[in-house]
Design a protein around this ligand. Sequence first.
Ligand code: HGY
Ligand code: MN
Ligand code: MN
Length: 430
Amino acid sequence: MTSTPPAVRSPRSAGNVGVAADPEPRVDGARVLRTVEELAWFGADERGGVSRLGFSPADDEARRYLADAAREVGLVPTVDPAGNLIVRRPGARTDVPALLMGSHLDSVSNGGRLDGAYGVAAAWEVLRVLAAHDTPLRYEPVAIAFANEEGSLFPYPFWGSLAVVGQLDNPEDATDVNGASLRRPLRETGGDLDRTAEAAWPPGSVGAYLELHIEQGPVLERAGVTIGVVDAVVGRTIFDLVVTGRQNHAGTTPMDGRADALTAAARLVLAVESVARDRKLCAVATVGVLTIEPGVTNAVPGLVRMSAEIRDNRADRLATAEAAVLAEVARVDSAGEVDATVRAVTRFGPVPTEPALRDVITAAARELGLSHRTMPSGAGHDAQIIAAIAPIGMIFVPSRGGVSHAPDEDSDDAHLIAGAEVLLRAALRL
Ligand code: HGY
Ligand code: MN
Ligand code: MN
């Protein structure tokens, strides 16, 4: 991990937001890139990439850094009780709904520098530009960095956006993967576990939500297209599976007398994969976590805990695939050698974006002379949660090699700047 965070640099600090009557506001592309670079400092992983897990010290430092950067240029940052960092223009209007723009600040373990952080950096820039121009807007622009979208340390993905829509379940019980309570880290970041309900935005208070994000897949790059206009965000079900066998000596236990939890789990891993790959019941299916007990070379594994997640853009297909996963677990269980249990811990349905906002984004891209195409999102996003209270729109830019949730996640600078320009244009068109 890294030693000291970057100081808020003077070029960005130069001059507070004054009001100018420029008919053609533009983002400062270099500033967007610099904010992205600086954010990558927080949680920089010595293996490469970024490990800025939600509610970790690195996440907290990144948040403070962004709040300071906003304050330095005369914007007004606040932290809501769920830990979302929200930035407004000075004298922000409260008599009109908000145009909310943002993404998340946390990363997966050993992830990239762009997933989430790019959208936050761009939203900060767009808000700064809008604060500096006397452009009449129907909605009050507000930038937000959602807390804990990935849920890598505290396994509550979309924590911050769920709080904003008033749908956090039993927040006071939230613990990290090791069982430690969220209470202290949330308090240190400016939140309050007993008051997360107050993070909910009242009905009608958000006129629109726009999220800019890297695509995280290969579609735009392969097509040579700069801007993705997202038409739907994928649905996802996450399962916890437990396989219980009988732990015993690896040298003395005959092969026909074993209840090996790991070999049974291995069959389940392949069965989960097969639900998508061979049976094509859903778009993708993944086992990403496998823990083995006791995890030594010379004992037959007695217990395996594993995750499984399935995704699709259609709710009916997701339901069918979910039933198939349950049936596979039941099959391994009923074979009698081991006990296998499964629990769907998280379900997020697929969510379409707002057609009118797709049109706004498309028109913005066209105005800027940027190539664009409509496409679904295979990754989950805070936008799909915010859809419960507001129309949502999403903008994608190409990911190099389609790589994400990995250290070499990257995008061309020109694409990153183009995405920020589209976000600003879309905001102005609203
Ligand atoms: O997992 C996802 O799709 C998102 O990156 N959280
Ligand atoms: Mn992600
Ligand atoms: Mn993301």
